[in-house]
Design a binder for this molecule. Structure first.
Ligand code: G1P
Length: 285
């Protein structure tokens, strides 16, 4: 079984839910406490042993490339002033370990992933949707890689949400279920209210075999008139092992304003340097 060495980060989306904040900066650069969302995802990938990062970007996303590069003036000035640069460690990759490919038209997550096909090549790969902030110990992808080492094939993360939320997500039709690992019998993208096969949604973490790229090649448009990754994955069920792993940890849907605020509060309370003041303020409110 080939190990998971590469990760794809689709970051070409327009971020319209956060306008005007995301007019001139990518939504993936919005910070939770002190780190942009995209960096939480990259850190999670590294923790899972992933070495090569592939960003599928679009116009107006160059701040992401700059974030993961040398900031010459900043670093020079900080070192001249004797300031520690620990805070920006982790924003660099080994030479050649990062690539950027552009999705020219934002016509769906499936299309974004397919744009990375030449760089992914013929090996299993992970996908991270950075607006889903997954905080676990170990991290979400590490939990998934550990499961993958036993099952092989394809694994999506899964998370239980209330039934009135399922229409916003990709949803799993579950088969056998040992409480942690769930057999995937079917997948539906954004099922209509009341028609979801379960309340297990996919919170934007995937380990997929490269065959999905061939399926995406001919994938027609689905929900929202977009080329959906979920539809391409659904075609692989029955041909290869397909499982969902229930994530143990906290999930914040930072693609929504409420989820984003919840993430700020929850993570602030885990930062020793600010937790007391934030807790006192919440109590006062
Ligand atoms: C995407 C995926 C969906 C997944 C969701 C997680 O939807 O298509 O399957 O559940 O991310 O946030 P989007 O949020 O782009 O509409």
């Amino acid at each position: 079984m080939k190990p998971v060495r590469k990760a794809v980060f689709p970051v070409g989306g327009l971020g319209t839910r956060f306008l005007p904040a995301t007019k001139a900066i990518p939504k993936e650069m919005l910070p939770v406490v002190d780190r942009p969302l995209i960096q939480y995802a990259v850190d999670e990938a590294r923790e899972a042993g992933i070495e090569e990062m592939i960003f599928v970007t679009g116009r107006g996303k160059s701040a992401i490339e700059d974030h993961f590069d040398i900031a010459f003036e900043l670093e020079k000035t900080m070192s001249e002033r004797g300031k520690a640069t620990d805070a920006i460690e982790g924003t660099r990759f080994a030479p050649g370990a990062v690539s950027y490919v552009r999705q020219q038209d934002p016509i769906g997550l499936g299309h974004a992933v397919w744009c990375a096909r030449h760089i992914v090549g013929d090996e299993p790969f992970a996908i991270f949707l950075a607006d889903e902030l997954m905080i676990g110990q170990p991290g979400c992808m590490k939990q998934m890689v550990e499961a993958y080492e036993k099952t092989g094939g394809n694994i999506v993360c899964s998370y239980e949400v209330p039934a009135d939320q399922t229409h916003k997500y990709g949803v799993i039709d579950p088969g056998s279920d040992d409480g942690r690992l769930v057999e995937v019998k079917g997948l539906v993208e954004k099922p209509e209210q009341g028609s979801a096969p379960s309340n297990l949604m996919i919170p934007g973490r995937y380990i997929l075999q490269p065959d999905v790229m061939r399926v995406l090649e001919d994938q027609g448009r689905g929900a929202g008139n977009e080329i959906q990754l979920t539809d391409a994955m659904a075609q692989m069920i029955g041909k290869q092992p397909f499982h969902a792993l229930r994530f143990t940890g906290d999930r914040f849907d930072c693609g929504s304003k409420a989820g984003f605020i919840n993430a700020q509060i929850a993570l602030a309370l885990r930062h020793d340097d600010i937790a007391d003041r934030v807790r006192a303020f919440i109590a006062e409110l």
